[in-house]
Design a protein around this ligand. Structure first.
Ligand SMILES: Cc1cc2nc3c(=O)[nH]c(=O)nc-3n(C[C@H](O)[C@H](O)[C@H](O)COP(=O)(O)OP(=O)(O)OC[C@H]3O[C@@H](n4cnc5c(N)ncnc54)[C@H](O)[C@@H]3O)c2cc1C
Length: 379
């Protein structure tokens, strides 16, 4: 067997899932993660279609079901709190929904005994030669590997090193999202409630952790903003300014925002690239195919991609270029569909508060499971 020694950058969803499948197929993966430990993530992610099959084949579907948020249908209200429509949970929670931190904990526990994890470190350079790659790190000596996988998210460092600046690949969809914890002051019972405040501005509150907590998720439309991604207080000021003067429970949410210690604030962007690999470097998950949270498919893409990439590497028996091409070919249409779906959601968020018929039509037509063309190959 050749090309067995594989470095994966990123221990989110795609990285540990790939480590699992590579181990099963006889490879030796190493995962380097910038954070000091698997990262907590206060938001929920969901699974649909083929991703459920991948979880089953990994033997963790039951463990994940045990952590399921079991979120039920959600209500949409107007700014005076009057009921507009009930949205089926399939629209926003797929077939199964968990907090991202529960998912990353399960994936890490599944792989940690058979995979070398290097936390608190990051790749700084990748020098490829005929026999492999010499990888340099922020800390420690350079190391040799056969292949490098960038599974390091929307702002992938591997992508920046091997393919060039983020600006070439990241496309802002004109909207921002802020998520933070609040008390369950709306007494939500495994449910959510949302309000469209105006074009591009929505607020949603969901109960979490068996109704002991809740999460607020605010969206607002804006051109790209110039702010310091490490300055949380600056981000809070930006968000508060966007929602100042809004009704519903916004004043209460803004007080919780000011006091929050877990704010997650992100532009809603997508990653589009002509090719997901170059030489011995390949990208996986959000690094090459981010569809944005509004697609509801990012986690599924990461899991399915990990399964396909490991399967193709094993099938191609050393021809990594053929494996990279086949992995990408199988996933591209799925990613394109998911990215288009997210763009449609953005357009809807920017509509004037839709009339009742639009809400009713949405509620009556929850999304199908994955498009049928993504049939998982058996390896
Ligand atoms: C608010 C929000 C809500 C979402 N909701 C959903 C949903 O409902 N359904 C769904 O399917 N998806 C959802 N997503 C998307 C989903 O979280 C991602 O698509 C998925 O996590 C992608 O997995 P990944 O492993 O590619 O990237 P990530 O999970 O982002 O993991 C990347 C990892 O790389 C690490 N890293 C970054 N830089 C470096 C570096 N230089 N060196 C080493 N490591 C590095 C990061 O610390 C992180 O651990 C949501 C995302 C957000 C932000």
């Amino acid at each position: 067997m050749t090309n067995t020694n594989i470095l994966i950058s990123g221990a989110g969803v795609a990285g540990p899932a790939l480590a699992y499948w590579l181990r099963r197929r006889g490879y030796t993966p190493t995962v380097v993660e910038r954070a000091a430990a698997p990262r907590p993530g206060g938001y929920a992610v969901d699974f649909r279609g083929a991703a459920m099959t991948v979880l089953e084949r990994m033997g963790i579907l039951d463990d994940i079901r045990k952590c399921g948020t079991t979120i039920r249908d959600s209500e949409v209200v107007d700014t005076d709190g009057r009921h507009l429509v009930t949205m089926p949970s399939a629209i926003f929670a797929g077939e199964l929904e968990v907090l991202k931190s529960d998912l990353t904990d399960i994936l890490y526990a599944l792989t940690k005994d058979e995979t070398e994890y290097v936390f608190d470190n990051s790749i700084t350079a990748i020098d490829e030669d005929a026999d492999g790659v010499l990888v340099s790190f922020e800390r420690g000596e350079p190391r040799r590997f056969d292949l490098v996988v960038g599974a390091d998210g929307m702002y992938s460092k591997v992508r920046a090193i091997a393919f060039g600046d983020h600006a070439k690949y990241l496309h802002h969809l004109g909207i921002y999202n802020a998520i933070f914890a609040t008390d369950n002051f709306l007494n939500l019972d495994y449910e959510g409630i949302g309000c469209q405040l105006g074009p591009g501005r929505t607020a949603n509150v969901f109960s979490t952790r068996d109704n002991t907590e809740a999460r607020a998720s605010l969206y607002f439309g804006s051109d790209p903003l110039d702010y310091d991604r490490s300055d949380v207080e600056e981000q809070k000021r930006i968000i508060a300014a966007q929602f100042a003067g809004d009704g519903w429970v916004i004043p209460r949410l803004l007080r919780d925002l000011a006091a929050s210690s877990d704010l997650y604030f992100t532009p809603i962007s997508q990653v589009t690239m002509d090719s997901w690999s170059t030489g011995r470097v390949v990208l996986l998950g959000d690094a090459c195919a981010c569809a944005s949270p509004l697609s509801g498919r990012g986690t599924s893409q990461a899991l399915i991609g990990a399964y396909l990439l490991a399967g193709e590497l094993a099938t191609a028996a050393g021809d990594y270029e053929a494996a990279f091409a086949s992995y990408e070919n199988q996933l591209r249409d799925y990613v394109k569909t998911n990215q288009e779906g997210a763009a449609e959601v953005v357009a809807m968020l920017f509509a004037e508060p839709p009339p009742q018929e639009v809400f009713d039509a949405m509620a009556a037509n929850p999304p199908e499971a994955d498009p049928e063309f993504l049939t998982l190959k058996d390896y």
